[in-house]
Design a protein around this ligand. Structure first.
Ligand SMILES: Nc1ncnc2c1ncn2[C@@H]1O[C@H](COP(=O)(O)OP(=O)(O)OP(=O)(O)O)[C@@H](O)[C@H]1O
Ligand SMILES: [Mg+2]
Length: 413
């Protein structure tokens, strides 16, 4: 099936679309959004990145999101209110991006929204909840909106994560001559691995910034959010007892595919692991950075990756990147920018791609990566200014060519 807007049908431009992709990740630091001009010819997608913005949540919204996340208790009233407030914030960003880069008109907006709960039990994902009501985005932009992108993969037996494996596989190649990996260092670290004669795999490795951020917020009473450039960690010394306690978590040894989140790696988890240990502030950060670097390196080594492309906010933590490089001697480590997409724009570009595929009736998940029974067309579609029309069936793409001359714009709300 292919879904198109009537405008594109009449003009015969079925495979050319302007799409906005948006996400606020597990760190709930900012709404990342890109505008992309897509075209699909045969089985090759060409994607020109027209603009990227990173718009921090307001302090009030950020605090309210923090308060609904596990292990806090919340109310349905607060979830409903946040669903609206986040949806409206995403709508503001979409409108501004559309005005700046698309003459005010986009065909599709795909919004990941904000994950508030990812339900994993006995190694299986049973549910996942992203909020940020898409109707507000449809109302403001008049575009077809795709949201709730993880649930279908979960219903098909998958983890609904890491969805970025779709873009990774297209960027890295499905059957490259060497084993290549794409690593994302967000709140959680995740990796996609492709190689000769093997099915691609992907999984969440463990905490990337989640525990480091929790430690900084705890130590600073909420006035600081992260260890800028890893400066604290660089001054500290690893506490081997604490590190051993952290590494003792059974999540690391569990088989892939697997997913995790801040339901598991949060401040109370950190405080429980710390119990009775007396560790200096910088040493605490040094140990947490080492935990991330070691678990990442162990995943990279386990799958024999020789070429690694890294993205996510953790790439801006110079100390963490030095550690990872140190543990991975012999592995080529570079930013994903080498593959044509600026690291900060990668996740939003993924959701733009999912939106484009969904309205064309093409699956947006990679079953071997999420652990699903089959690949699914992702998301819930909210009609925009034009009715959504089914027109034809398409083969899934096998390649993506990304063009970008972007620098990231950071805006304040
Ligand atoms: N200059 C910096 N120095 C150190 N850490 C940084 C810096 N800039 C960003 N970060 C870290 O990156 C995090 C945000 O990264 P990112 O946006 O990739 O993660 P995310 O929102 O959790 O996304 P996702 O879960 O979707 O991967 C911040 O919370 C912070 O810990
Ligand atoms: Mg983020």
């Amino acid at each position: 099936m292919v879904f198109e807007t009537r405008r594109t049908l009449e003009q015969g431009l079925a495979d050319v679309m302007k799409v906005i992709g948006m996400i606020s990740g597990t760190s709930f630091d900012a709404i990342e959004a890109v505008a992309v001009d897509f075209s699909l010819t045969d089985r090759v997608i060409e994607a020109a990145l027209l603009g990227h913005v990173s718009v921090p949540y307001s302090d009030e919204l950020r605090d309210r999101v923090a308060q609904v996340l596990p292990p806090h208790a919340t109310t349905i009233e607060e979830v409903c209110k946040l669903d609206t407030l986040i949806g409206q914030s995403f709508a503001d960003v979409a409108v501004s991006l559309a005005d700046q880069h698309c003459d005010g008109i986009v065909d599709v907006v795909c919004s990941h929204g904000q994950t508030v709960y990812h339900w994993v039990h006995d190694g299986h994902a049973l549910g996942t909840l992203q909020i940020g009501q898409g109707a507000w985005i449809a109302e403001r932009t008049e575009a077809t909106v795709v949201c709730d992108v993880r649930s279908r993969d979960v219903a098909a037996g998958g983890h609904g994560a890491p969805l970025v494996s779709l873009l990774d596989v297209l960027l890295l190649g499905q059957n490259p001559p060497n084993v290549r990996g794409a690593l994302n260092l967000g709140g959680i670290s995740n990796i996609t691995v492709v190689g000769p004669s093997r099915e691609p795999i992907a999984f969440d490795i463990g905490p990337a910034n989640a525990l480091m951020d929790a430690a900084v917020m705890w130590l600073s009473d909420g006035s600081e959010h992260y260890d800028r450039d890893g400066e604290r960690a660089a001054r500290g010394v690893v506490d081997e007892t604490f590190l051993a306690r952290l590494l003792d978590d059974p999540y690391y040894a569990a088989p892939a595919p697997k997913s995790t989140g801040k339901e598991h790696f949060h401040r109370e988890y950190l405080l429980e692991k710390l119990s009775s240990l007396d560790i200096g502030r910088d040493d605490l950060l040094a140990t947490l950075a080492d935990l991330t670097a070691r678990t990442v390196a162990s995943a990279v080594r386990e799958y024999g990756v020789t070429e690694l492309f890294v993205s996510g906010g953790g790439t801006r933590n110079a100390h963490l990147m030095r550690l990872i490089g140190g543990y991975l001697s012999g592995v080529s480590v570079s930013l994903v920018d080498e593959l044509g997409v600026p690291e900060a724009a990668k996740e939003a570009a993924l959701f733009a791609l999912i939106g484009f595929l969904t309205v064309h009736g093409i699956a947006g998940s990679v079953a071997s990566c999420t652990g699903a029974r089959r690949a699914s067309i992702l998301g819930t579609i909210i009609p925009g200014r034009q009715p959504t029309v089914v027109v034809a069936e398409r083969d899934e793409p096998t390649r993506i060519i990304l063009r970008s001359s972007l620098s990231t714009e950071v805006e304040s709300v």
